[in-house]
Ligand binder design. Structure first.
Ligand SMILES: [Zn+2]
Ligand SMILES: [Zn+2]
Length: 143
């Protein structure tokens, strides 16, 4: 999904973030992809336009954006964090083989009933469902 510089400026302003060209480029790259990239992927992408950018800047910026609530981390159960700039409530399909992460936008999943047996007083603010398996390319061949 394309995002305009104006929208980015406004979002940063709303969160009290400074608007620097590199920060804008990192955020734009994240919002405009659905691949749920790693910090390294974003670094590769952004360094094409900003050759002077360092990996540390990318890590630092992702931390800042996360604290501001502008992105979320997707845990795929292995070492490197994956990032998601899509804040619309949605869920994920995760392939054990190629580690691809595909968005699942089924609205029915956004209104499942509250689980029973929760500790008393616990207030759920959000949740995320991860469907795990194998994509077509990675699916083990069945005889
Ligand atoms: Zn796969
Ligand atoms: Zn996602």
């Amino acid at each position: 999904m394309n995002i305009s510089s104006e929208t980015i400026r406004q979002r940063f302003k709303d969160q009290g973030l400074k608007n620097t060209p590199q920060r804008t480029a990192i955020y734009k790259a994240l919002v405009e992809t659905t691949s749920h990239p790693t910090a390294e992927d974003l670094y590769q992408h952004v360094s094409q336009d900003y050759p002077m950018i360092s990996q540390n800047t990318v890590y630092y910026t992702l931390g800042v954006l996360q604290q501001a609530g502008l992105l979320r981390e997707v845990n795929v159960g292995h070492d490197r964090a994956r990032y998601d700039g899509n804040l619309t409530p949605h869920h994920h399909l995760i392939c054990h083989g190629c580690k691809s992460i595909v968005d699942v936008m089924d609205k029915k999943l956004n209104k499942i009933s509250c689980p029973s047996g929760l500790p008393s007083g616990f207030h759920i603010t959000d949740y995320q469902i991860e469907f795990r398996g194998y994509c077509q390319a990675c699916r083990p061949q069945t005889a």
